[in-house]
Design a protein around this ligand. Structure first.
Ligand SMILES: CC(C)(COP(=O)(O)OP(=O)(O)OC[C@H]1O[C@@H](n2cnc3c(N)ncnc32)[C@H](O)[C@@H]1OP(=O)(O)O)[C@@H](O)C(=O)NCCC(=O)NCCS
Length: 156
């Protein structure tokens, strides 16, 4: 396997990022909500200046990305996706570690995300990394990892 590099998203990355997300999420969105996947929803937060998006590349091709933003003293994960064919190789963990490091360096209280109730695999992935279920809204669960900025400890 060639080396994976990372950098912040630029505009020309959008088609690749959208394609990864669509391929992963279209079925999940449809089974959760009964609606078609909409590129506009993803574009809206990728282009939001308050979001930070990083892409992981292999041989100049984007294989994964995540997008986060700060909300009420938490870091919120808008999207995290690993391209099919590259899943299960540690890239998701690598991105979650980067997200956690970012939250800690910003002195934030925790990390939050929404996951579709039908996306059991992602839910188990987050749970494996220490996240717990906070609440349910419609067909989404809110999950959270609490951080103690003083100690660098995890408090679930
Ligand atoms: C969910 C996702 C981001 C995880 O990334 P990944 O690269 O496949 O996961 P990793 O290989 O980094 O796994 C990290 C750890 O989580 C564990 N894990 C991953 N999926 C798991 C699952 N379904 N159940 C239990 N553990 C799981 C792995 O065993 C690994 O454990 P270890 O590091 O202790 O050995 C990725 O699979 C993905 O993009 N899925 C489709 C899109 C999606 O659902 N995104 C989330 C939307 S909310």
């Amino acid at each position: 396997m060639t080396a994976i590099t990372s950098r912040e998203l630029v505009r020309r990355d959008l088609p690749q990022v959208i394609s990864i997300s669509r391929e992963n999420m279209a079925t999940i969105i449809f089974t959760s909500w009964g609606v078609e996947y909409r590129d506009e929803d993803l574009l809206q937060f990728l282009l939001d200046p308050s979001a930070f998006t990083e892409v992981l590349e292999e041989d100049g091709r984007i294989v994964a990305y995540y997008s986060v933003e700060e909300r009420n003293e938490n870091l919120y994960i808008n999207s995290i996706q690993v391209q099919k064919g590259h899943q299960g190789q540690g890239l998701g963990r690598e991105m979650m570690e980067r997200i956690e490091a970012r939250a800690r360096s910003g002195g934030l209280r925790g990390i939050e995300l929404w996951v579709q109730v039908t996306n059991r695999s992602a839910m188990e992935f987050y749970r494996h990394l220490g996240y717990h279920m906070v609440s349910r809204q419609g067909n989404n669960y809110l999950m959270r990892l609490r951080l103690d900025p003083r100690e660098g400890w995890r408090l679930v």
